[in-house]
Ligand binder design. Sequence first.
Ligand code: GAR
Length: 198
Amino acid sequence: MKNIVILISGGGSNMAAIVRAAERDRWADRFGARIAAVVSNKAEAGGLALAKSHGIDTAVVPHKDFATREAFDEALAKVVDGYSPALVVLAGFMRILTPGFVGRYAGRLVNIHPSLLPAFPGLNTHQRAIEAGCKVAGVTVHQVTTELDHGPILAQAVVPVLPDDTAATLAGRVLAQEHLLYPRAIAGWLSDTSSHNR
Ligand code: GAR
């Protein structure tokens, strides 16, 4: 069975969408894959309860307990490696990862970012898109490389920016697309890797 480990920091609505898609679309039967664990850097991350309610292992590695990024990433990797993951999914995981961590999971580490990369890496993407006068915005699923919010693009979805949009209304429109795009992109990745292994 291919194990998927999902890393979250907050509400985990993308994680929830992935968990539901895995159940609904029978990823275990189709791809031999399962969501093995959800790991958070914050104990209060809302998504942990949902993961538990689906029978998924959860763990918390609080970044505040570690003096350096390297020490935190080392502890995180130890938990993640416990599941021998085929794929590590960043779903609203709001930590910059060290090159050591990224290198360890090279080719099997993906992220979702709420902009049409390479536009607007980093934070406050929706406000920045509105201020730049963008007529469209969107979301990107990409492989993670050592450069923040860069890396080969796996999938994107586009939404309109409406004249009276605020960052909050635009974020809501983008998030609805995230919940469709991320499960689809992961299923595509699983399907590709299954066929390579045949
Ligand atoms: C999502 O919009 C995701 O794209 C974004 O955080 C939100 C998490 O929501 N990620 C980033 O900004 C990463 N740079 P969720 O916890 O409900 O999935």
